[in-house]
Design a protein around this ligand. Sequence first.
Ligand SMILES: [Zn+2]
Length: 430
Amino acid sequence: MPYRDFHYRWEYELHSSPEQLWSFVADTNRFNRDAGVPALQPPEGKRQRLRNARRRLRLSFLGVPVEWEEQPFEWIKPSRFGVVRKYNKGPIAELKVLAELSPLGDGGTKLIYQIWARPKSLLGFLLIPLQVGYASQRKFASAFEGYDKMALAEIPVPSEYSSPELSSSARGRLEALKEKLLVEGAVPRVVEKLIDFIERADDFSLARIRPYALADQWSEPRRAVLAACLLATRQGLLDMQWDLLCPLCRGPQESETSLGDISSKVHCETCRIDFTVNFDRFVEITFKPNASVRRAEVRDYCMGSPQRTPHVVVQQLLAPHTSRSLILPLEEGSYRLRTLELPGEQLVTVRAEGAETATARISDRVSGEELKLAPRTTLQLENASDSEQLFILERLQWSDQAATAAEVTALQVFRDLFSSEVLRPGERSR
Ligand SMILES: [Zn+2]
């Protein structure tokens, strides 16, 4: 017996701009946790690669096993994102989510969040209004309110999801380490901010601390923040890790505590490419708190989140022989258009004098003359191939907020503190 579909639509008026909000609202990994969705369970058996970044995922909800195939997220940064999940286990047949952010006259954002759900069984029919209509509605409102504050704050501290209070021994240790850092010559203002950050920021912000990004957020010199993080590592307050990033999706493919342990050849399963380690670009130093001070455990709640590939500004899935017209707000700069499954790429430049309408047509490969677009443009995507394609428009510029291995290992402060770390892959210390 078919059950009726449910549709929910909520509207929020927020103070921060769509650009400020995007990295929080589109971080569906964080959002799913805040919305009370259970963490994902590891896949059963060998993970199979599905076309166009589809994923088979599972979790357990109130003891009921739920399993689904997730389509790739589709988005246009910072205006909209959405996803469709098709369930093969559990009380729901299909779930569709769409979030739209539009600027308000006062600099704020109108956020419209919609969910469509189709029950598979009577249980689903009863559960959807309770779970989505009632419980989620309240959690969503408080999550978005929290993100709005975080987007405007110097230190993103989520209101009610704050990490548990530190134990008195951890607090004592933090105080002692702060004194040591000051004695060692770290910049006092930076030490204050770092200690406060470690104490109050949430696990998602702490699990992968990027010193330059923090410095920019705090309006402090990057070198001072990096040096403080290195000193803090020496003192046992932070742990350092070297993240090896895929040159296409920029996802960390490997993370090691020692540079010498990083393999020199790596494979990315999502992008199906092999690449060679490049210390100038693809290896980034990041930090997390040492477990003796604070445990920052991050579990997976959502795998396809737009925030996992923040350099991708547009991702769209097109059926064979279809086209789609997109109104894009784009920052000036250089971009690349590609699809996940086809070879080739097309360069895209965004400048004030660029075109306000353009077409990108792909057939058996991605190619074509460079597209010159205006910052506000209507781009027609055309899939002239015989199979479904995932279009990806991404910024070419490698984030300058990454403190790369090449840069860090050349610093005197690093060499003084970690002389045994000045190694290349394969040059293991004995
Ligand atoms: Zn990749």
